[in-house]
Ligand binder design. Structure first.
Ligand code: ADP
Ligand code: ADP
Length: 224
């Protein structure tokens, strides 16, 4: 079944038409890679799917919900409760140790501190970050910081994970380790994931690959 679908998305920034009728759907449990040249509209597509940006026209549906029609407040609520985001540079809060960074979405949900931290510690273990709970982001390697950011993205058990060049700042060994853990964890959680990447070795972890060119998804979307 389809979890998330975009139809005929258009989005311009001034005179730049970033999306010109993009169509895409993501199935239950699926990992979908989005590839294409720089400037083709991949990030804009990801942001429209994730409710970060509102398209100028077209539809984004998440189950029964029309994301493009939601008011800003409802969209940000949906992002917080149902979506997780991983970016190229982990964007951890620099003042907080690993375990507290991972716990943030749980605390935002209103969970009490003790149980949020306990669950965050479990996530840290699952991601191979045992012994690093008390470290500050600056004391982590790039790969470790990215794993912590993944823990934070997954902690609230999102239905959909959005990743924009999650391995872009890593060497290939760290990139493989991060992708393996990210893909395994997403599959283990029965979530689905949309991952923007220009690296074929990252796309190899996906079930399907969509190619974006000039603001459109080139058909057909390739199955692995
Ligand atoms: P990609 O992710 O494939 O590199 P983007 O979606 O980031 O492509 O960008 C598509 C086009 O839209 C590019 O020409 C980019 O410069 C432009 N663009 C994206 N976001 C903005 C923005 N916030 N303001 C102005 N132009 C933007
Ligand atoms: P990516 O490497 O993912 O394509 P970009 O460098 O295109 O990232 O964009 C990073 C962020 O900056 C995005 O949020 C995008 O919307 C915004 N952006 C991209 N191009 C422009 C632009 N020309 N002017 C303003 N913001 C932009």
């Amino acid at each position: 079944t389809t979890v998330l679908a975009a139809r005929e998305l258009r989005k311009s920034f001034g005179r730049t038409q970033a999306l010109r009728g993009a169509d895409l759907s993501v199935g239950d449990g699926e990992i979908l890679a989005v590839m294409g040249p720089s400037g083709s509209g991949k990030s804009t597509l990801l942001h429209c799917l994730g409710g970060v940006l509102r398209p100028d026209s077209g539809e984004v549906t998440f189950g029964e919900i029309r994301i493009d029609r939601l008011a800003d407040r409802e969209r940000s609520r949906l992002r917080r409760t149902s979506f997780g985001f991983v970016f190229q540079f982990g964007q951890l809060v620099p003042e907080l140790p690993v375990v507290e960074n991972i716990a943030l979405p749980l605390l935002l949900e209103g969970r009490n501190r003790r149980s949020a931290l306990a669950e965050a510690a479990d996530w840290a273990s699952r991601l191979g970050l045992d012994g690093l709970w008390d470290r500050l982001p600056v004391e982590l390697s790039g790969g470790q910081a990215q794993l912590a950011a993944i823990g934070r993205a997954l902690a609230a058990r999102p239905r959909v994970v959005f990743a924009d060049e999650p391995t872009g700042a890593l060497d290939s060994v760290a990139a493989d380790q991060v992708m393996e853990l990210l893909a395994d964890t997403v599959r283990g959680e029965d979530a689905c994931m949309v991952i923007v990447t220009h690296e074929p070795r990252v796309a190899a972890y996906a079930d399907r690959t969509a190619i974006v060119r000039d603001g459109r998804v080139v058909q057909p979307v390739r199955a692995r």
